[in-house]
Design a protein around this ligand. Structure first.
Ligand code: RNT
Ligand code: ZN
Length: 415
């Protein structure tokens, strides 16, 4: 392995790429792992079925049914993925003791103590999300609802979530990214597009009016283009969220499943970085629609990673994953997505940006194409394998055996 690594290093060095430096940079780049891949976005707070225009399909055996199982499953993934990891929780993953049950507007840090213990033991940061779906009060509009009681309920929920996020940050010594996404929208052509957006704006202003430490809680707002049953109108559209985030000094969040099929987040990132100190991402894989397939080592994932690296934005772009596939082994889904995000970052760290930039400025587009194409078959895998080994995680597909074993010993027994 070392010999292959040394040889690969030499080949990259010929292009002026410092491989060791790339590995150091990758090592500390955090990727936030979404807890909701483990149980098909169900959560622990009694939600019946998934609502909000998002959908899991499939019925692969072994989904986590409670927090112990979910934590066990997360552990299984963590030991198979190299690099720095965080976990991303939804408010619906609150843990209640002894039959206690509080509604979402009244959740408190104490309902997340077990998650903090989990994170501390594994030296993970936690990111957080209000859960504004799969709830009786989310059957229609939520933060943009014409019903003040409903709006207030979700405002309180989001404020509770800010407090919980601050608790995470304090306990773990790393800021918590708190992402607000609402499913609000309409199936058919609206009678009024403006008023729900205005109410959403006012609700958000209310949420943000509480006191919290902005250095500890990074509130962000996720846009969307449509959802199932909300095909014609989305309250929190791209323009809404971008303008809101900019004027209120919070972060925008771009989910690469939330744009029209020929739009790409990789192209948007540089524009956003010119105007925002930090930008959050949900990396996913939309297949024909916002289908939330597992992240692959595909062109767009690589292109997103390239934009993060070449714009010197590894500390400004906060990457989280967002997919949920219930048709395959869920732990494999997680592992593949997490490893691929790390892999894409490594790939991006091994490209000769100075040469590409110079070629572009000189109008030498031929050279750009040649470099981009040739780099695709450079001995990247030897560096990736070395990185995995160094991180003491399985090399190549060795990890699949671990999960198959876990499947037989644990998952299939869940019934
Ligand atoms: C939905 C959004 C949102 C959710 C998660 C569960 O389209 O992408 O981020 O997927 O919050
Ligand atoms: Zn998302």
């Amino acid at each position: 392995m070392n010999q292959r690594f040394e040889e690969a290093k030499r080949i990259y060095h010929n292009l002026g790429i410092d491989v060791e430096q790339a590995l150091i940079k990758l090592q500390s780049f955090p990727v936030s792992m979404h807890c909701w891949q483990g149980d098909d976005v169900v959560g622990f707070d009694g939600a019946g079925s998934l609502s909000g225009g998002i959908q899991t399909t499939g019925n692969y055996p072994g989904k986590a049914r409670n927090y112990q199982e979910l934590m066990d499953d997360i552990d299984e993934v963590l030991k198979l993925v190299p690099g720095t990891k965080r976990i991303n929780l939804h408010a619906s993953y609150s843990i209640f003791e002894d039959g206690e049950k509080v509604d979402r507007n009244a959740i408190e840090p104490k309902h997340f103590v077990k998650w903090v213990e989990f994170a501390k033991e594994r030296e993970l940061g936690i990111d957080f999300n209000p859960t504004i779906f799969s709830h009786p009060k989310a059957e229609g509009l939520t933060l943009s609802s014409p019903d003040k009681d409903i709006r207030d309920f979700w405002i309180q929920h989001c404020q509770s979530c800010i407090r919980i996020s601050e608790y995470f940050a304090n306990e773990l010594g790393t800021p918590c990214l708190m992402n607000i996404w609402i499913p609000d929208g309409l199936k058919d052509i609206p009678g009024d597009r403006l008023t729900p957006r205005k109410r959403f704006m006012e609700s958000l202003d209310d949420i943000l009016s509480i006191n919290y430490d902005k250095d500890k809680v990074f509130v962000c707002l996720e846009s969307k283009v449509f959802g199932i049953g909300m095909e014609s109108y989305t309250v929190g559209s791209s323009e809404f969220t971008m303008n809101y985030a900019k004027t209120r000094d919070i972060l925008p969040l771009m989910d690469n499943g939330h744009y029209h099929p020929t739009e790409v987040v990789s192209d948007k990132l540089s524009a956003m970085l010119l105007f925002h100190d930090k930008v959050a991402l949900h990396v996913t894989r939309p297949v024909r629609w916002d289908s939330d397939h597992v992240v692959l080592f595909d062109d767009e994932t690589k292109e997103i990673a390239k934009e993060i690296v070449r714009n010197n934005a590894m500390e400004r772009v906060l990457v989280g994953l967002d997919f949920f596939d219930a048709s395959i082994n869920r732990i494999v889904a997680w592992t593949v997505g997490m490893r691929n995000m790390q892999k894409a970052m490594l790939y991006a760290l091994l490209l000769p940006y100075e040469i590409l930039r110079e070629a572009q400025d000189q109008g030498d587009y031929t050279k750009i194409m040649v470099i981009n194409e040739e780099l695709k078959t450079y001995p990247f895998n030897d560096i990736w394998d070395y990185y995995c080994e160094k991180n003491q995680v399985p090399v190549r597909d060795e990890w699949y055996q671990d999960i198959k074993k876990y499947e037989t010993e644990v998952l299939v027994k869940r019934g």
